[in-house]
Design a binder for this molecule. Structure first.
Ligand SMILES: Cc1ncc(COP(=O)(O)O)c(C=O)c1O
Length: 386
């Protein structure tokens, strides 16, 4: 019989579990039990649900397979996953981080980890290769990439960073939240670790908070993460694990539609007189297009735009738009819209936001899977008001 590896669209549906042998149930049960009977002290398959839980185990196997990793760990949020991964590097180390990252990532590095763990962070625009020389220090242990980045959608060439900046003592971590494993698999591109806010595309329905770490093959790091996952205890509930297993089954079809809709909307916005800039890596005119085309299977569902107006006009646009919900987060089936400077990136100092280009007229759209014509009409009507 052929041993051909299953392809992505099949893996999202079948990896991690088979039908239940006893009942024939097609979907895995939600194991709510917090504790498990032992045959004799210390003789057990499962002990206590913080340490391990059968429903979480299914999710973790599934996450490892769809990201092409060997090991995966689920967490109660993306931030809990970032916290655990940074803890696993111990103390007094240096991390080089993409300058454009989720505001909470900067917050935990600058305000929590630099205080508690004495970590030192260099933020850099990896896209500018003139910045590369001198980045590595003796104590550099981590390169933290977010590609596509939040909110400016910069794409960095993971493979090139691995071969031209990194070395074997450094872990390359890629926050793959924006792309999802459907569009990009960083472990096949040179990354050692993938991180997710599974709250976003993996969950896909804006009804859970979750995080994940997927490790290519580093056993030592895997053992540390396993230890810390239990010791710190920020694990997802069995119900949230189930929701994620269920959601991931439709990841491929959802992402296909997110990609298509975002392409249509980005083209529409590019030709609109009230828009100064459209940032979408799928547009041929976007400076990230070539790298994105080579390393991604699709360009994703997030678009950032700069409106040709001031803060007042931008707020008017956001307050009046229909269909798009004004809310933090992204990656759900419904379209969301937000103002990074006031919302998701408010924890970043204003001078840094200005330097990066997170201006008062920057708006981030998470394009859902609705009818694209309806999304265009909603945008057209709101743009008319400014
Ligand atoms: C790229 C990225 N990474 C990490 C996080 C943090 O994840 P969570 O909100 O699930 O803690 C977010 C949240 O928006 C994010 O956008």
């Amino acid at each position: 019989m052929s041993e051909k590896k299953k392809l992505f669209n099949t893996k999202v549906i079948h990896s991690g579990h088979k039908e239940n042998l006893e009942t024939g149930a097609v979907m895995p049960p939600i194991h709510l039990s917090s504790t498990f009977k032992q045959k004799s002290p210390g003789n057990f398959k499962y002990e206590y649900s913080r340490t391990n839980n059968p429903t979480r185990e299914i999710l973790e196997k599934l996450l490892a397979e769809i990201e092409e990793g060997k090991f995966a760990f689920a967490f109660s949020s993306g931030m809990a996953a970032i916290n655990c991964l940074t803890d696993a590097m111990e103390k007094n180390f240096h991390v080089i981080c993409s300058d454009d990252v989720y505001g909470g990532t900067r917050r935990i590095f600058d305000k929590v980890k630099s205080v508690n763990q004495n970590i030192e962070v260099t933020y850099t625009d990896f896209k500018n290769e003139d910045n590369w020389p001198g980045l590595i220090k003796n104590n550099t242990k981590m390169i933290w990439l977010e590609t596509p980045s939040n909110p400016l959608l910069k794409i960095v060439d993971i493979n090139k960073i691995k071969s031209e900046i990194s070395n074997e003592d450094i872990k390359i971590v890629c926050d793959n939240t924006f792309a999802s494993p459907y569009n990009q698999q960083p472990l096949t591109l040179g990354s050692d670790v993938v991180l997710h806010s599974s709250t976003k595309y993996l969950g896909g329905h804006s009804d859970l908070i979750g995080g994940a770490i997927i490790i290519k093959d580093d056993i030592k790091l895997t053992e540390k993460i396993k230890y810390l996952q239990n010791a710190i205890g920020s694990v997802p509930s069995p119900f949230d694990c189930y929701l994620l297993i269920r959601s991931i089954k439709t990841l491929a079809v959802r992402m296909e539609r997110h990609n298509t809709n975002a392409m249509i909307i980005s083209e529409y916005l590019s030709n609109h007189p009230k828009i100064k800039t459209v940032r979408y890596p799928g547009l041929k005119s976007d400076p990230n297009y070539e790298v994105a085309k080579n390393q991604m299977n699709g360009f994703g569902g997030i678009i950032s735009i700069e409106l040709d107006t001031d803060l007042k006009g931008t707020l008017k646009f956001l307050e009046n738009i229909e269909i798009f919900t004004l809310a933090e987060s992204l990656g759900g089936v419904e379209s969301l819209i937000e103002h990074p400077a006031i919302m998701t990136h408010a924890s970043i100092d204003k001078n840094i936001r200005d330097e990066l280009g997170i201006t008062d007229s920057l708006v981030r759209l998470s394009i859902g899977i609705e009818e694209s014509d309806d999304l265009k009409t909603a945008l057209e009507n709101a743009l008319y008001l400014i």
